[in-house]
Design a binder for this molecule. Structure first.
Ligand code: BGC
Length: 806
């Protein structure tokens, strides 16, 4: 069953009912100001940091969980309705929500009135624009009252939801004309405020929530709206909100339009005040004036669309598979942008008050983002590297506002350092820019500790070399990619964090997954060394890679698949000898990608085993059989009921590893099959089972052992997005950035047929046609046959015509 449809021409998903199984959301904002918006206009917005600079309030564990957000009401006689269905929840005559690239629109009708609502964040400014257009399609004159509404968050979202004894006395506002300024705590240490305005004179306003709603009422039935009134209240303490009311008379056929703006302003500390107690509104007024007309609104909206046109023109495929085109050209790349911006901080599943940016998460997000805006990727790499410790290990997370490592979680996740190598190598492959390696980058953000980025990569690599266990495999520390495989934790008390409890290191527990990573990224590091002339170092590292490769072949292979780990007692994890958790997906993907045991056919066997034990209708599960009891020596992984999360769900992030792995051993059938199984567009028809948005990946889909088999959770913020881009655009369709230039190496099935790709790369445009005519002629560039897969780059050349014959 579907709840909408893809509109590819407009790059939108059109939702046709407010009653999706879960709120289906979108993101607004590009850099700085961000909003989450659901298909009933719920959600919230923030500046840079969803925890520390929350602008509007979101209520956790709410019922329904999507109430609040951007509140618009139309009072038409005795009927009050909302174009986004909520908050009024009045049945609509028609409803449509379209999530597009950085914007969301609603188009609804009730009793002959049509209302359109459009939401987006204009490029380069810290505000959300909301336009409400109303048209009278009836034969009578309509006397309507329009209401807007938002609820202010008192900035720190954690404090906001718990420190009531203080908070309920601190709310402060100013109202000037149609603009409501929220200035809580500005009187003391803050130098920022927010405002909500509309480009017309208003008939009234309310900022006191209790007055607006009335005693005992909720957002669906504010007493003021019911009575067609506004109290012109200026809240003091309690719950400050911002609501405008506008009376409008519409003749039959007449249309009116209003542009609302929700903005965020920072003021230099020495210019905070206009006069005693009165905030300096100059910067706000400038921003307000910038967007106070339909024309300005439309120009900004067009600029946003142009921005996305441009971004999505960097990689564009045309194949006969409509779903592949749709996902590659639109939604995969869009999701990658969202994960780049959010890491795992703010979604409808990540509260925005928990973790900030994850080290390994953000490094991996970059793998799929690199081609979109390499300059931003570069800055991010430096930010991430700056939280690394001198010994090469690193903080696991950092807060985007401060860019400091989070001390409460600390470090000790032994895969983390290697991801820095992965993303830096990808950056150089994309751009050819090796100057990033010279960038002075601090350790642990300590001023004066700066070393060239290359030194950070070196320490990452050496961290693994210096931290190996009894079998010569890398020690796991607190966990590797699988945050829930906690082999040194041994937690017995409820509530203890599996990730931080106990010592971070143990001298015995080893990870075959990190071994796979080291072999893959050790080689990439050595390639960089060669590329910049450090040939001796390249040799040394290749020798180290060889050691780990040999150790993995000897001690990390179980006969039919790769082992997962050795626990703190030296017992095998993920072996046929185990009762539960006999086989895990991660090392099959990574060790095969790394080419471990290639000559011995390990990869093919490992992938066959995945199909034998882990594959289900919607993807490949993370392990089998699921753990049915808690294993203190394994940690959080065994804490989940069977079939969920790391205990046997499809953890979508690692599915593309296996698809890429299949391309490494030349198995196009498996590569594409794995890609399709969990790909959202291919699951759209079972949206009632899947339940999350059909345009983006969710982190997990419950496995066969689960009560709710096939149900997805944790949509949007998952490393799957980036890895899928790597998988489909590079490994399967075969357009691969390398240090030396663009390489064409498709791994597609016969059925997939011929296709074309336009790729912009290092300042040139490549028109690539992959032609399946059975000739096997290979690469032809501008009419001339070329040996191998690499397109020879010609200085100053701007366009390449490329054919690749299979
Ligand atoms: C985390 C990742 C982790 C993955 C698997 C995600 O929730 O963000 O860092 O690798 O789970 O445990």
């Amino acid at each position: 069953m579907k709840y909408g449809f893809f509109d590819d021409a407009n790059r939108e998903y059109c939702i046709t009912t407010p009653f999706t199984p879960l709120p289906w959301i979108n993101y607004l904002g590009n850099d700085g100001f961000f909003g989450l918006i659901s298909n009933t206009a719920g959600g919230y917005c923030f500046y840079r940091d969803a925890k520390l600079r929350r602008i509007t309030r979101y209520r956790y564990n709410n019922i329904p969980n999507d109430i609040g957000g951007r509140l618009y009401y139309i009072k038409d006689g005795n009927t009050v309705w909302s174009p986004a269905y909520r908050p009024a929840e009045t049945e609509l005559d028609s409803y449509e929500c379209r999530h597009g690239m950085g914007y969301t629109t609603f188009n609804s009708t009730k009793d002959g009135v049509n209302a359109k609502l459009t939401f987006f964040v204009p490029l380069g400014d810290a505000c959300e624009l909301h336009r409400l257009e109303v048209v009278n399609n009836s034969n009578e004159t309509k006397e309507l009252t329009l209401y807007s509404g938002i609820e202010w968050c008192l900035w720190n979202a954690v404090d906001d939801s718990q420190n009531y004894q203080r908070n309920l006395s601190i709310g402060e506002l100013e109202v000037i004309g149609s603009t409501i300024y929220h200035k809580t705590e500005y009187r003391e240490r803050r130098n920022h405020y927010a405002f909500f305005t509309v480009n017309t004179e208003v008939d009234g306003f309310d900022t006191d929530r209790d007055v607006f709603l009335g005693a005992g009422r909720a957002w669906n039935k504010p007493v003021q709206v019911e009575n067609g009134k506004s109290g012109n209240t200026v809240a003091s303490g309690w719950y400050p909100i911002a609501s405008h009311s506008i009376k409008v008379t519409l003749a039959p056929g007449e249309k009116k339009s209003y542009v609302f703006q929700l903005g965020y302003i920072e003021v230099p500390r020495d210019q905070k005040w206009e006069s005693k107690g009165i905030i300096n509104k100059k910067p706000a007024v400038e921003l307000i004036n910038k967007y106070n007309s339909d024309a300005a609104f439309e120009a900004a909206f067009k600029a946003l669309k142009d921005y996305w046109d441009n971004l999505l023109s960097i990689y564009h495929v045309e194949s006969k598979d409509e779903k592949v085109n749709r996902m590659v050209n639109i939604w995969h790349q869009y999701q990658v942008m969202v994960t780049f911006n959010m890491s795992r901080s703010a979604s409808y599943w990540e509260t925005g008050i928990g973790r900030g940016m994850g080290f390994r998460d953000s490094c991996q997000d970059l793998l799929g983002f690199m081609h979109l805006i390499p300059e931003r990727a570069r800055d991010r790499i430096i930010d991430i590297a700056s939280i690394q410790f001198e010994n090469g290990s690193t903080y696991h997370q950092y807060q985007p506002l401060t860019k400091r490592g989070n001390a409460d979680i600390g470090g000790g996740f032994n895969d983390d350092p290697l991801w820095l190598v992965a993303c830096t190598a990808a950056y150089i492959r994309e751009t050819g820019d090796t100057t990033i390696l010279d960038h002075p980058t601090p350790f642990n953000n300590v001023e004066g500790s700066e070393k060239p980025l290359m030194e950070h990569l070196r320490r990452s690599i050496n961290f693994t070399i210096n931290n190996k266990g009894p079998h010569g495999l890398p020690l796991i520390g607190r966990a590797d990619w699988n945050d829930c495989l906690n082999l040194n934790c041994f937690s017995e008390e409820p509530g203890e964090s599996f990730q931080t409890f106990g010592p971070s290191e143990g001298p015995v527990a080893e990870s075959v997954f990190i071994a796979g990573m080291f072999v893959k990224y050790g080689k990439e590091y050595a390639d960089i060394c060669d590329y910049v002339g450090l040939t001796d170092e390249a040799k040394t590292i290749r020798a180290e890679v060889e050691k780990v490769k040999t150790a993995t072949e000897e001690f990390g292979w179980d006969g039919e698949w790769f082992l997962r780990a050795y626990d703190a007692y030296g017992n095998k994890v993920g072996s046929n000898e185990c009762e539960e958790g006999k086989i895990f997906i991660e090392p099959q993907g990574f060790c095969t990608m790394a080419g471990i045991g290639q000559e011995k056919g390990f990869g093919a066997k490992a992938l066959d085993s995945l199909y034998k034990y882990l594959v289900n209708d919607y993807g490949i599960e993370i392990l089998a059989p699921c753990y049915t009891t808690y294993h203190v020596e394994l940690g959080e992984i065994s804490s989940y009921p069977p079939g969920y999360k790391e205990n046997g769900a499809i953890f979508t992030h690692n599915n593309p590893w296996c698809s890429v792995a299949a391309t490494v051993i030349g198995d196009a059938e498996k590569a594409f099959d794995i890609y399709k199984r969990s790909c959202p567009a291919f699951l759209e028809d079972v949206s009632e089972i899947h339940r999350t948005e059909p345009y983006v990946y969710s982190q997990m889909i419950a496995g066969r052992a689960a009560v709710h088999y096939g149900e997805a959770k944790n949509s949007f913020l998952t490393g799957t997005a980036a890895w899928v881009v790597v998988d489909i655009t590079q490994a399967i369709l075969g357009v691969q950035p390398t240090l030396q230039g663009l390489s064409i190496k498709p791994c597609v099935t016969k059925d997939f047929g011929s296709y074309s790709v336009v790729r912009k790369y290092r300042g040139a445009k490549y028109d690539i046609n992959v032609i399946q005519d059975g000739s096997g002629k290979g690469l032809v560039v501008d009419g001339a046959a070329v040996e191998g897969n690499l397109i020879p780059a010609v200085e100053g050349k701007k366009e390449y015509k490329v054919e690749f014959y299979i």
